[in-house]
Write a protein that binds this ligand. Structure first.
Ligand SMILES: [Zn+2]
Ligand SMILES: [Zn+2]
Length: 374
């Protein structure tokens, strides 16, 4: 067996990726090999590239790391015993699939108690690309999918441009709003109208949330938020301080505050601000602050006096990815997803893709692993 494929290796903060060829592993029993057709640059990949989200685990540059987690592809090889996806639908070679980018062990205490999908060992198999099975992240031509990673067939009417980001942003906000039990009667504030925020508006609308208020400071994002169905927007330019914005949320909610706030900005200061926006009994869904080491001053009496909850979320349950595909298949046309589609780059233009997204030139880059610009 001499089949090989390329991996784009992350070598360090703002350093060029290194494209290297590795042998494609054979599918072991219970696993499958996916031939990737698209891999996106997500906000968290950008944080890694900028050095604000540390994944080095003490390694010195140049690293040899596998990164990237938003992807879609086609079944390349099915291991022994693998014949269906996670809903029981038969799988065949060439079928388009999306899958969880992490693997819950199913055995640790948090997995057994099902309190969070954030398994202690969930990235245990994200080996460096020079180790077998070489293809363990999105920036490669193949992906070695392990037993236990939820995988779903992509409906025919969902193009790669929509399916590619489904296993991160959309599934994450679906899981968050589900854990927050968002529904009719609820007033929701979304902090940040980036990819997560816009997806969250669509999900909130599909769940029948009564009022959606979106906060951002970039005109284009605020316009998109309205186009996705936000009832009101709060522009940071018009409401420059946290106090201004908290006051505005209370004005817009008949003096009660929000039942749910989603923190999707990734700024530590957004947390106390979001808590202050909550109505008594409300819940803040903390999703955006993935970068370690940031701190903020917080008056915990806000939580006690208001009976408020802060729920941290990372990763999602399999049913949330299934729900993401269903939403895209049945309801995508209701929302202007086409306006947030990715810009496509050949695989070997990965450095350019990161640089363009970093500069704000484009909202989201998608790599085409089988296109090589030369
Ligand atoms: Zn992501
Ligand atoms: Zn576990």
């Amino acid at each position: 067996m001499s089949e090989t494929g390329l991996v784009a290796i992350f070598t360090g903060v703002r350093r060029p990726f290194e494209l290297r060829e590795f042998p494609v592993p054979a599918a072991e029993p219970g696993t499958m090999v996916v031939r990737l057709t698209m891999a996106n640059v997500c906000g968290s990949d950008l944080h890694i590239w900028r050095g604000t989200y540390d994944v080095s685990r003490g390694q010195q540059e140049p690293f040899c790391l596998s990164i990237g987690h938003e992807m879609t592809g086609v079944v390349h090889e099915l291991g022994e015993g693998v014949s269906v996806d996670s809903t029981g639908d038969p799988l065949a070679l060439g079928d388009r699939v999306v899958f969880q980018y992490f693997l819950n062990c199913g055995e640790c205490r948090s997995c057994r108690r099902e309190t969070t999908p954030r398994c202690r060992d969930g990235l245990k198999y994200r080996y460096p690309p020079d180790q077998y099975p070489h293809f363990t992240a999105a920036y490669g031509q193949y992906y070695f999918l392990r037993n236990g990673q939820a995988v779903f067939k992509v409906p025919d009417n969902v193009p790669d441009d929509l399916a590619g980001p489904a296993n991160c942003a959309l599934s994450q906000v679906i899981d968050g709003l589900d854990r927050g039990q968002a529904g009719p009667g609820d007033r929701l504030v979304i902090q940040g109208a980036g990819g997560l925020g816009l997806n969250a508006i669509a999900v909130a609308r599909e769940r029948g949330v009564s009022q959606v208020i979106v906060i951002d400071g970039i005109d284009n994002r605020l316009e998109l938020a309205t186009a996705f169905g936000a009832d009101q927007t709060i522009d940071l330019k018009e409401f420059p301080t946290a106090d201004d914005r908290v006051k505005r949320v209370f004005e817009l909610t008949e003096g009660d505050g929000a039942d749910l706030v989603m923190e999707l900005v990734g700024s530590a200061a957004a947390l106390p601000e979001g808590i202050a926006m909550l109505a008594n009994g409300g819940t803040l869904l903390e999703i955006g602050n993935i970068n370690q080491g940031r701190t903020v001053t917080l008056d915990p009496s806000q939580l006690v006096h208001g009976g408020k909850t802060v729920l941290g979320l990372m990763w999602y349950r399999p049913q949330s990815l299934q729900a993401a595909l269903q939403l895209l298949s049945t309801s995508a046309a209701k929302y202007p997803f086409e306006k947030i589609l990715s810009h496509h780059y050949p695989f070997d233009a990965i450095d350019q893709a990161f640089a363009d997204q970093d500069s704000g030139l484009i909202q989201r880059a998608a790599l085409l692993p089988w296109e090589l610009g030369g």
